[in-house]
Write a protein of this length. Sequence first.
Length: 255
Amino acid sequence: MSAARARGAPVAIEVSGGVAWLTLARPATQNRLDEELTCALAEACDAIEHDDAVRTVVLAGAGRHFCAGLPRGMAWPPSSWPDAIAAVAGVSKPVVACLDGTVDGWGVALALACDIRIAATTAILRLDEVPRGRLPGGGVTQRLPRVVGPSRALAMLLLGEPVAARTAAEWGLVSQVVARSRLRTAADATARDLAARGPLAQRLAKEAVVRALDLPLDEGMRLEHDLYVLLQTTADRREGVRSFLERRTPRYEGR
């Protein structure tokens, strides 16, 4: 995938300098996850996963909002739709969420599927399904307590009260809060910093964390060791050592 932008597409894709920007491009609906956008996002994730030119991904929303969840009146997407949130979570490369404005329901689930979340001061996260007699989906009941703990997760789920960006940062739900005017700049700086680092080490570190969530501690420790041994056999690892000894910037090739 070359540096390009799909004009008029539900998800705009732009690749530059090893960073792929995926922008939910339906601002008129607050980027709600309708069938067209869901299909486009799943396809975009598959494309960037197999694009060697992409080392880091940024997920953002066009307009003033990240994602207001599912279309109005829809409690759960039909089974015939692709699972776009699982597609985002399944990307092996680092994924940075760029949060602004409304982040509701399945929009929160989408943000949680990313690895690093950067929010504008204007971002508001809310899960109001339970107070309205519905059950939230998209994996939010599973990922949220793993990030903020069960007590705060239950408060968000059961009370349905909005959580401001700075509170989300205090809880560890987002890693950085910036002025809205600086949101894309901050996300781009983080993504380019990640893209300049060893891609294999990043992928294996992500795999170690995500897979170990479902493992007992001793099995997680064995997984960590196995992945460490695997990394030692790569050309990137040798380049990292050489560049350190030669006091120069490493040139990683992802192999």
